[in-house]
Design a protein around this ligand. Structure first.
Ligand code: PAN
Ligand code: ZN
Length: 196
């Protein structure tokens, strides 16, 4: 029979962040929460005039981030929970802005806790494609690939992301060019539809 592990002697280090394994939510004094509301996505959606008829202050998503080193500085692995609400602007499902990584050789891992989504991916010279997101699905975002998530279900979509602290985020190209495709409701079902 193996013996119970002995506690190491010495000072106890504080736990820096906690992950609720049932909800996927990160918490702790170092976790930074940012909330993105509908009005801030006006330039991203296909039908801004439809967005204008909706609650501008409505929350679309929030990110709970634990970044042990500042963005762009090497030496840490960062993680974040994204909680993306269900909803649509016209026939377009709520989505995250999407970005390339500033460091083109840096990948990312996404782990879905709850909900249903499309992980939309595109390279600088490739058309967009997607992976379906389901509870427990794990997704690798290769280096140089822009990524955006759409919630295609009826409950909040919760997923964890992991990336290296030196990665950095570049929103400019996607804000300007988009993904060349959008996740829309077609005949009652979500589909990745090519178009601006
Ligand atoms: C994620 C995203 C998060 C929000 O943590 O930052 O889902 O999406 P936007 O940053 O595109 O608004 C990630 O991809 N980190 O690198
Ligand atoms: Zn990323």
């Amino acid at each position: 029979m193996s013996e119970a592990p002995q506690a190491a002697s010495g000072a106890e280090a504080p736990v820096r962040a906690g992950l609720d394994l049932s909800t996927g939510l990160l918490s702790g004094p170092e976790v930074v929460v940012s909330v993105r509301r509908l009005a801030s996505l006006r330039d991203y959606v296909r039908e801004p005039e439809v967005l204008d008829t909706m609650d501008a202050d409505g929350e679309v998503y929030r990110v709970l981030a634990f970044e042990p080193a500042p963005e762009g500085v090497p030496g840490a692995v960062c993680c974040a929970t994204t909680v993306l609400q269900p909803g649509r602007v016209g026939d377009e499902y709520f989505f995250t802005r999407g970005h390339y990584h500033a460091a083109e050789d840096r990948p990312e891992l996404e782990v879905v806790v709850r909900g249903e989504g499309f992980l939309v991916l595109r390279g600088a010279d490739t058309a967009a494609w997607y992976e379906p997101m389901l509870p427990g699905s794990v997704h690798h975002v290769p280096p140089g690939v822009a990524h955006r998530v759409a919630n295609v279900g009826e409950e909040p979509l919760v997923f964890l992301s992991f990336w290296a602290s030196e990665t950095g985020h570049d929103y400019v190209a996607i804000a300007r060019d988009g993904f060349g495709a959008r996740v829309r409701c077609v005949g009652g079902r979500p589909a990745l539809v090519a178009g601006p």
